[in-house]
Design a binder for this molecule. Sequence first.
Ligand SMILES: Cc1cc2nc3c(=O)[nH]c(=O)nc-3n(C[C@H](O)[C@H](O)[C@H](O)COP(=O)(O)OP(=O)(O)OC[C@H]3O[C@@H](n4cnc5c(N)ncnc54)[C@H](O)[C@@H]3O)c2cc1C
Length: 512
Amino acid sequence: MSAESDAVPRSDRARRFAVVGMGASGVGVFVELVRSLAASDLAADAEIHIFETKERLGAGVAYSTPHDCHLLNMRAGTMSVHADDPGHFVRWLASQEDGTRASSGTDYVPRRLFAVYLQEFFEEALTRARRHGIRVVTHRSMVSDCREDSRGVHLIAGLDHFLFDYSFLCLGDLPSTEYLEFTKVPAYVHSMWHGAGLEAIDPDTTVGILGTSLTAVDALLQLRASGHRGVITCFSRRRSLPKVQGPRVRHTLRHVTEENLRLLTEDHTRKLEFPEVAELFQRELEDGLGLAIDWRRVLTEPSAAFTPTLARDIELAENGQTLWYSILDATSEVVPQVWRSMSADARAAFMTDHLSIWSMFRHCMPLDNAHRLLAMATEGAFQVASGLTAVTYDEERAVFRVEVAPVGGEAAAYDVDHLVNATGTGFALERSDSSLIQNMLMRGDISPHPLGGIDVDFDTMRVARRDGSFSERAFYVGPLTRGVHFYTNSFETNLANAHSAVAALGTLSYAH
Ligand SMILES: Cc1cc2nc3c(=O)[nH]c(=O)nc-3n(C[C@H](O)[C@H](O)[C@H](O)COP(=O)(O)OP(=O)(O)OC[C@H]3O[C@@H](n4cnc5c(N)ncnc54)[C@H](O)[C@@H]3O)c2cc1C
């Protein structure tokens, strides 16, 4: 496709859409766009252009991993692409030729299977688009700019220029913006999901993993699967390893409800402060569990020894004593509304003071992974050191020095040959290496959310400009809208947001 495509005569009814990025969010947008165009009388005049740098369309970053030890962190029964048919993914797994893929809704399956499932979902929509006369054009290229004027949205990809009526940006996560100073050191892995990963690490060397989140668990298990023999140390500032997921039971929310939010915010005319929100969750948990929680103990737990804690967490999960998980899980649909109801100070306080402990419980690990980790920990294959204070690189000795000062413990320093950054994704737009983000940011066509990531309209995903207005034609869907929707590190939320973005076109595109 060349710049000439811009000059092709178009009927007044023609509609041209761009979807930039074909991970899970891009697939969600594409499928919904096809569904909605197919149901309208505009299908035969519509064109959808897909832009993706990777050859594989539909897998995205999280699910492209080829390693079987990288599991979905949600049960198969919760990962359907059809919100109204939760059993769809489980049936799909059961229908696969390879009998070992048969799964019950409570299993955690390798993420690579979800990529295949997503790709099929995408292919089905592609077939449907063709059947309805919707033209779909795919471009294996990187979009470097997106600018809007009275004619439409102009996209630049390589040397080509395109004009669209609407563009959906689904660019995924940003790699971490921490520890960028080490990116030139060959023994440093900045992101396991972008570029060179753990494969190049010599099995007899010592490895430091920065972080104790689910990504750190993935790193530990991958090193284990590849036969790593050197000692591995996970370093954390405050939090400890994720908790272990037990069986999920149905919980009906009594306190964290839309109705209570409406009452507390006096019909959404005032914002909630942090203690009010904490009390809602506390009541939900204590009422559901039927006991008073020792919050001081829960909040100081990260400093406890990790092996006995992991062993106990496994036991609790196996005995079904993890009702707290089901309660937290039940809140996921309301959480974006809770987040929206909170004052800016309350949200900022949560991010700085409570996010790490929330993540430990909310983003907990599958039981299978917990067993593997416990086996590793018991053999002394890895350890956890909390109270991380500094990391430096000693060029002469070619080692990283990691310093810790744990609460109530002695300061210590560790030398490691390799360092893996598992601190999670970045949210500082101004430090992103995406020229698309940088160009839009520079012109004020997008604006950073005060809590990181990109600012969008809560309901429609239209991007917010620097002047405070919302774009009529450019939408953003994906993890970077965390400041607005909070729970964007789940497929479920991003899929729901993809639907909302396409639904917003209903009043935009067909009205002319
Ligand atoms: C390691 C990991 C594991 C996860 N596991 C789970 C899980 O088990 N369950 C769950 O619900 N959620 C999980 N998540 C959350 C996950 O991020 C979301 O569920 C979802 O996959 C995000 O998809 P996305 O399409 O927004 O982003 P991505 O998958 O990152 O896709 C973005 C795509 O955009 C392309 N792109 C970017 N910029 C451009 C450009 N300028 N031009 C063209 N193409 C571009 C990229 O190449 C990429 O393919 C996980 C996240 C990570 C990081």
